[in-house]
Design a protein around this ligand. Structure first.
Ligand code: PDD
Length: 293
């Protein structure tokens, strides 16, 4: 069955979807994106994703290509036409097509592409197997709260991780603190048992999964701390995990080749995975989605 993409007003076979050679996304990375998880036929955290998309667009002064409600119709239609019961939707908006010149074009229409892909259903067993992470320097710009399509440092970091046999790279900023993964947020349970993830600012992307985990943990009465932590603290941690729309809550059992805690998936990590799944199944995703930096 062929995949269907939405490209600037039309539903087309995935392989036939094309954009103009002078699309500013192609030439300048002048665009933003979102990745929505689809879990058992339902979108996860769509309000959060749409709010964060609004933040990214506003900060870059890119116009919405259509009204939000209409865009949601396109997203759901792409899920339906691709028969995605479990998987994700990729949505990208660029500043549109214009003769190559750095300043914003006087008139261009934002370009919209939406695709979807099936993935294996969320599998608690597989997620709790545990993966490895490495540290890499954070080479990105200073507005990581914006979900920009400019992802070269993320690509290089992830590639380095894969070449070193790890799943993800945790990026370390100029002050020596972990910011986040290349496509996920970073969490640890410190040696004293404190659940910790970096506070939001312009230094990291405020993940929708991160927000859902925070809400689920708060509802369950768990305490957590939002603050920066250093690689040394992560190396001494009892537990570690990553969160993202495609990795959900994934245990990290090795950091820089060294076992985290006893090398097995932590108790709190497994509990948070259960809480997260129950939370998204009940509420559809995070409810407080108004602070992006
Ligand atoms: N990435 N941090 C970064 C740098 C990310 O790229 C992502 C998501 C996250 C987690 O955000 P969320 O929980 O909203 O998915 C954090 C997506 C999945 C991607 O680029 O494919």
């Amino acid at each position: 069955m062929s995949r269907i993409a939405y490209v600037n007003g039309q539903y087309v076979p995935h392989g036939a979807g094309t954009v103009h050679i002078e699309d500013r996304g192609y030439q300048f990375s002048d665009g933003v994106y979102e990745v929505f998880a689809v879990h058992n036929g339902a979108l996860v955290g769509e309000k959060g994703h749409m709010d964060r998309l609004g933040h990214s667009l506003k900060e870059l002064r890119i116009d919405w290509p259509m009204q939000q409600a209409a865009m949601m119709v396109v997203v759901l239609e792409i899920v339906r036409r691709n028969y995605v019961h479990n998987g994700f939707v990729y949505l990208q908006i660029t500043r549109g097509v214009a003769r190559r010149d750095h300043p914003f074009p006087e008139c261009s229409k934002s370009a919209l592409v939406v695709t979807a892909r099936k993935m294996a259903p969320l599998d608690k067993e597989a997620l709790s197997k545990g993966v490895g992470v490495i540290f890499v320097p954070d080479l990105r710009w200073k507005r990581r709260d914006i979900k920009s399509i400019s992802l070269l440092p993320n690509v290089l970091g992830k590639q380095q991780a894969r070449e070193q046999g790890a799943f993800e790279a945790w990026q370390v900023d100029e002050d020596g603190y972990v910011t986040e993964g290349t496509s996920s947020n970073a969490w640890i349970v410190t040696k004293d048992g404190e659940l910790t993830t970096r506070n939001t600012s312009q230094s990291i992307l405020n993940g929708i999964t991160r927000l859902a985990v925070i809400e689920a943990a708060t509802e369950a009465g768990l305490t957590f701390s939002e603050r920066p932590f250093m690689p040394e603290e992560a190396l001494a941690a009892r537990e570690a995990f990553i969160t993202s729309s495609t990795s959900h809550v994934k245990a990290v059992t090795e950091i820089n080749g060294k076992s985290v805690g006893n090398g097995h998936v932590g108790e709190l990590t497994s509990r948070l995975l259960d809480l997260y799944v129950a939370y998204i199944e009940e509420s559809g995703g995070p409810l407080k989605t108004d602070t992006w930096n």
